[in-house]
Design a protein around this ligand. Structure first.
Ligand code: SF4
Length: 425
């Protein structure tokens, strides 16, 4: 039997590179932001933030106001008397949930989402979720997770949400693959289509689009993660006996091929079958990346820590688009998840975890990168200083995984360079 063609790692990768760890002021959105894409993905869920008016404003401005549809997120606002402990917030929460579920029989999963204020007053949302599940089962399952900004970055909201679902997944002995991460439906369908074409028997997704899709877990479940920020979810799945397939993330042609190959090897797919299924989309992706990355080749990039996508994206930009990474900052480095990507990035860039934003801004100005990937709050000031910037949050809201999106991904990074060239003509 032929062996799979493996990708060539650099002679020395970043897997053992020293990590600069700094703690100070950070510039990131809180985990509530993840509700914006989670509520679109889980179509029978409602996300009830237990928080302040600030939380409500953040959600409204990030998600926009839905005029024609009933929204599937909202905020139960903690008033001053709740914060001062003068009212029983649990009683009020029960009443709000009662009202909501009576009005919205389409809701099958209700997530109580903690915030900074609910955590400060130590409102126990896990007990509230248990109590409300007892009251509303089997029609509605109530879970809870935190989206608080006290120690999270915004993608951690999804991690907390998916991790909260793992303990209630039913047990199964079925041999299956679980695809973990809230991908846009069109991207999920593309990836699942490729995996099924390889002959993998059962492919399930977490989160599923609705509570009616039964997703079980057990010793014959292998899971692969599609987003590098799902460390807690991966830990919870492993704790339930599932086996993690560690792979580079499916960004670009090379990343997608390596990710699919890991699945193929785990399910004993032959190299011939793998080539037959992937050859055409690989060729399309290579062509699209080559065309879109002309403007990127030979340029340098500096990542501020924001979306937690930084490490796999740096791998894509350096290996497939000809860029040089000067600093790769990540809010957290989940070694179990990103080691395969780190090994593929040639040594050289500063690898940093956490943030002291002023010190990092000094490093960025000194490095003078051609492109800076950062949060919204830093982008405008850096643009004013003459640096081309890419908003990191756009990378979470845009479909970027898989072969068919590889060219678009390179183009997303090329766009700010094109804009700046236009400005300096
Ligand atoms: S959870 Fe915290 S950081 Fe997020 S909007 Fe509410 S108060 Fe602000």
């Amino acid at each position: 039997m032929n062996a799979f063609t493996q990708i060539n790692p650099p002679s020395t990768g970043c897997g053992n590179a020293p990590v600069l760890k700094q703690r100070g002021q950070r510039e990131v959105f809180c985990g509530l932001t993840s509700i914006v894409w989670l509520h679109r993905k889980i179509q029978d869920a409602f996300f009830l933030v237990v928080g302040s008016r600030t939380c409500a404003h953040l959600l409204q401005s990030a998600a926009g106001v839905m005029i024609f549809a009933e929204p599937r997120f909202g905020t139960a606002i903690l008033e001053e008397k709740d914060l001062a402990g003068l009212a029983d917030a649990n009683e009020e929460l029960d009443r709000e949930v009662e009202r909501l579920l009576a009005r919205r029989p389409d809701i099958r999963q209700l997530f109580l989402v903690g915030s900074c204020p609910s955590e400060v007053i130590k409102l126990d949302l896990s007990r509230a979720a248990e109590r409300l599940t007892q009251a509303h089962a089997p029609q509605v399952r109530v879970l809870n997770f935190t989206g608080s900004g006290i120690e999270t970055t915004f993608t951690q909201g999804e991690d907390e949400c998916l991790a909260s679902m793992v303990p209630v997944l039913p047990e199964t002995e079925a041999e299956q693959l679980l695809l973990v991460g809230a991908l846009p439906d069109v991207v999920e369908d593309q990836l699942v289509g490729l995996i099924e074409a390889l002959g993998v028997p059962v492919v399930k997704a977490l989160p599923s689009r609705s509570a009616d899709v039964e997703v079980g877990i057990g010793p014959n479940t292998k899971f692969i993660v599609a987003q590098p920020f799902l460390g807690a979810t991966a830990g919870a799945l492993t704790g339930r006996g599932a086996q993690h397939l560690a792979a580079p993330f499916p960004f670009g042609e090379e990343g997608t091929t390596a990710w699919l190959r890991t699945i193929a090897e785990a399910f004993n797919v032959s190299p011939e079958k793998f080539d037959e299924v992937t050859a055409a989309p690989r060729a399309r992706a290579q062509k699209a990346v080559a065309a879109a990355s002309e403007r990127l080749s030979g340029k340098s990039v500096f990542f501020f820590p924001d979306s937690q996508l930084e490490i796999p994206l740096a791998r894509f930009l350096t290996r497939e688009c000809g860029m040089t990474a000067l600093e790769i900052g990540a809010p957290y480095i989940h070694r179990d998840l990103v080691s395969a990507d780190l090994d593929l990035i040639a040594e050289g860039p500063v690898l940093s975890e956490g943030q002291d934003v002023d010190l990092q801004l000094d490093r960025c100005r000194a490095a003078k990168p051609d492109l800076t990937v950062c949060g919204l709050g830093l982008a405008n000031p850096l643009e004013a200083e003459g640096l081309a910037t890419k908003w990191a949050i756009e990378l979470v809201f845009t479909p970027i995984h898989g072969y068919e999106q590889a060219g678009d991904l390179a183009a997303l990074f090329a766009k700010p360079l094109k804009r700046r060239e236009g400005l300096t003509l």
